[in-house]
Design a protein around this ligand. Structure first.
Ligand code: EPU
Length: 431
């Protein structure tokens, strides 16, 4: 079993370079299925979710060439096998993008239901509603999603109104619509930076997608997409996680390779807490030298405060002065980490989607379990701010989404290392 062992109390000083965005990469790589020719994808994060999605494409018959540590070339021109391997697909949430991509390219998809972090119910009814509105027949049985275009191989396209703002449904419908015969309009679309990134990737390969980043996206289907080069945007949530780490542990860190605009929602809260944030072209300089104050935070779709930063800001608020109220506005159950924080002396009460955090003078190190990706990152932050030693197991969750997190933190002065002890990792379903 592999653990992270952290001796808390060191302020952080130095520079952290942010990798490519996980939630863009796991959509853009399957989007290569739509393209005739080689897609060169740069700024790809080295994380286990990316390894898995590339492995799925290889199993389908794609040529995947790792050019260097952040660049891959994917050629799906000669895909023959369209049956997605169950064991791989169920390990990752983003495998649902294979439905939109295969349906768009071949008019037919058979994909296992996706896995994913346990954040409460994670239905895919809006994805299915979108495919049906575009002219597909969709059936879910025996753990598989079957989708096909009756009597022809290209989807007609159609009008889709999403009942709730869904990142996954917006991107999946964009994928399905890119090679459709007609036009598709998505209303009440999600506006996250990775939605715009997927649209930019597809447009750079010849698609005609307009309005990404607003709540109405129009996609004129085209006959074919051709190969090309594309660089993925920096990871908003990885950057936000290190921003929260500097807030919690103190110090001064330059966070490089970011798009500051994407971080406005996080910056605003940290500034309200008393952290100095200086914006530069593609970097943010974070400084925290005195005590932090309380804030209230409600998570919302972009440009609101991201749900994927909720556990990390909670870790910082555990050591801020005063009582903060955190409201989860996206997922039903994203407070599973709270029991672990309590082992470290945090004072948190949860009632449904609301958590009340009473800041304490300091947390104390403890053995804890990373129950999902962002919760795991938050536990690292808590460990950095705590007195004594924190041991985190379940770190495969963290490695799904954070490239070399231990090296990045150690380089700015954190006392964190990876330790392997006898025993088995309880890795089951990730995503
Ligand atoms: N929803 C439905 N029906 C649907 C789709 C979504 O009811 O068909 C609901 C969900 O239950 C949830 C809300 O709508 O309450 C939003 O879900 P969304 O579809 O936006 O989430 P997702 O696409 O499954 C992605 C990220 C998540 C991130 C959310 C919200 C990927 C692979 N995952 O999930 O990222 O929390 O958007 O921003 O892009 C993470 O990176 O740690 C993570 C969980």
């Amino acid at each position: 079993m592999t653990k992270y062992v952290i001796k808390g109390g060191n302020p952080l000083h130095g520079t952290i370079h942010i990798s490519g965005a996980k939630n863009a990469a796991v959509a853009i790589i399957p989007a290569a299925l739509l393209v005739d020719g080689v897609c060169r994808i740069e700024n790809v994060p080295q994380i286990s979710d990316v390894t898995l999605i590339l492995q799925i494409l290889r199993e389908l018959g794609a040529d995947v060439r790792i050019v260097n540590r952040s660049t891959v070339e994917v050629d799906c021109s000669h895909i023959r096998n369209r049956q997605v391997p169950y064991e791989l697909a169920r390990k990752i949430r983003a495998s649902y993008y294979l439905v939109g991509a295969l349906l768009s390219r071949f008019g037919w998809a058979e994909v296992p239901l996706p896995g994913g972090c346990d954040l409460g119910g994670r239905p895919i009814d809006q994805h299915i509603k979108g495919f049906v509105a575009m002219g597909a027949e969709v059936d879910v049985r025996n753990g598989l999603i079957y989708a096909r275009v009756p009597d022809r191989c290209r989807l007609p396209g159609g009008q889709v109104y999403l009942d709730m703002v869904s990142v996954g449904a917006t991107m999946n419908i964009m994928l399905a619509a890119a090679l459709a015969q007609g036009m598709t309009v998505i209303e009440n679309a999600a506006k996250e930076p990775h939605i715009v990134d997927l649209a930019n990737f597809l447009n750079s390969m010849g698609a005609d997608i307009r309005g990404a980043g607003t709540d109405v996206i129009k996609i004129h289907g085209v006959e074919r997409l051709r190969g090309g080069s594309y660089s993925i945007i920096p990871d908003q949530i990885e950057a936000g996680t290190y921003m929260a780490a500097v807030a919690a542990a103190g110090g001064e860190v330059l966070i490089q390779n970011v798009i500051p605009k994407h971080l406005d929602c996080i910056t605003a809260k940290l500034v309200e807490m008393g952290v100095d944030v200086e914006e530069q072209d593609d970097a943010l300089l974070l400084r925290r030298t005195s005590a932090m104050g309380r804030v209230n935070v409600k998570t919302m779709p972009y440009p609101g405060f991201p749900t994927d930063m909720q556990p990390q800001i909670a870790a910082a608020l555990c050591v801020a002065r005063g009582t903060s109220v955190l409201t989860e506005g996206v997922w039903d159950n994203r407070y599973r980490y709270v029991d672990e924080f309590r082992r470290m002396g945090a004072k948190i009460q949860v009632d449904g989607k609301v958590a009340v955090i009473e800041g304490v003078e300091h947390l104390t190190g403890a053995p804890i379990h990373a129950c999902d990706l962002r919760a795991g990152a938050a536990m690292i932050i808590a460990g950095l701010a705590a007195q004594g030693t924190t041991e985190i197991d379940g770190i495969y969750h963290i490695e799904r989404g954070y490239e070399t997190i231990v090296d990045k933190l150690a380089a700015v002065g954190a006392d964190i290392r990876v330790v392997t002890v006898p025993g088995e990792d309880m890795q089951s379903q990730v995503g």
